[in-house]
Design a binder for this molecule. Sequence first.
Ligand SMILES: [Zn+2]
Length: 348
Amino acid sequence: MQFKDIVGQRDVINRLTEIIDSGRVSHAQLLLGDERDGSLALAWAYMQYLCCSNRVHHAEGDLRADSCGECPECKKIAQLMHPDLHLIFPNATTDRVKSNPSCAEFQQEFRDFLLSQQGLGSLDAWYAHLGIDNKQAMIRELDAAYIVQTLGMKSYEGGWRMLLVWRPSKMNNAAANELLKTLEEPLPRTLILMVDEDTEDMLPTIISRVQIVRLKAESTDRRRENAALFAPLLVEWLRMLFKLRMKDLSAQVEKLAALGREQQKQFLGYALEVMQECFMQSAAGQRCNLGSGDEKFDAMFPNMITVNNIELINDALNEALFAVGRNAYGKIVFMELSFRISKALKKR
Ligand SMILES: [Zn+2]
C-alpha cells in the first residue's frame, strides 16, 4: 500500500512522512477517522513507508514522499507478510474456531480481508468476512497475551517491529490494561499503531500515552463553514498565545469557554486542521490561508509551526478535544491548552 493509492488526506500524509524522515517516530500512535476515509489503508501505507529501504521524495505534486513499492520490505508489507508485522483486531468464535478465539487464530483471515478490501473494509464487512454477523467481536485477554508474546520476541529482520491494532475501542478492560503496560514501557524500534473511529470507548490512560493523528473528513463544505465561524476567534487566540499577555489570556479563555460543548469541539477540530496547514507551509511551502485580515500575521505565523513543535501542539489540541468530550470544565481545559501551545510555540 502506497500513499499515492489513498484518496485525499495529503496534508496528514505529508506531515507523517516529514516526521518519519526526521527520525522522530512516536512509538504509539492512534489514527482516528471515519473508516470510509481510509484510516486503515493510511496505517498500512505508513508502515510501508517506515520500512521502505528506498523512500522516494517528489519535487512536484501533492505528495512530498512515498514508499518505493519495489524493495523487498515494501513487497512484504504490501502483502502483509512482513515477519515483524502483527495484526490485532476484534474477533469471536466461528465455525472453525469454536472456543477461546484470538487474533493468533485469524491472522490469515484478517490479511485476506485487508487485501481484498485494500484497507477500506468496515467493521461490519470484517464480521461478514468471518461469518459472525450477530456475535459480539472483541479484543480479549488471549489477544493481550498474543501482544505480550509477540513483543517479547526479537525482531526477525532487525528493523521495526510493528503492531497494528484495529479498533482498540473493542478491547475489554483486561486487554486494555495489558496494552497499557506495553505503552508505559516502550521497546526500542517498536511501533504500536492503532486505528479507530473515535476515542469514546477507550481508556483515558491509553489516550494520554498515544500520539493522535486525525484524518480529515473529506468534506470541504464543513471546512468552509468552520472557517467562517471560527477563523477570527482562532487568529485572535493565536496572536495572544504568541505574546502571552496574562491579562488578555483570561479574557480569551472566557470567550472560548463560553462556546457550547459542540462548538468547542468544532473549534478544536478546526484548530487542528489549521495547525496542520501551517506546518505544511513551513515544512513544504504549501500555501495556507489563515484569513486573519492581517497579511503580516498570516505570512509570519505558519513559520512558527515546525517539526520541533507540531506534535506537541497536536497532542495538546487532541487532549483538549478528548477532555471536552468527557465534560471537563471548559475554562480549565482552555487555560491549560493555552499554556501548552504557548510553550510549544517557543520550541520552534
Ligand atoms: Zn520500498
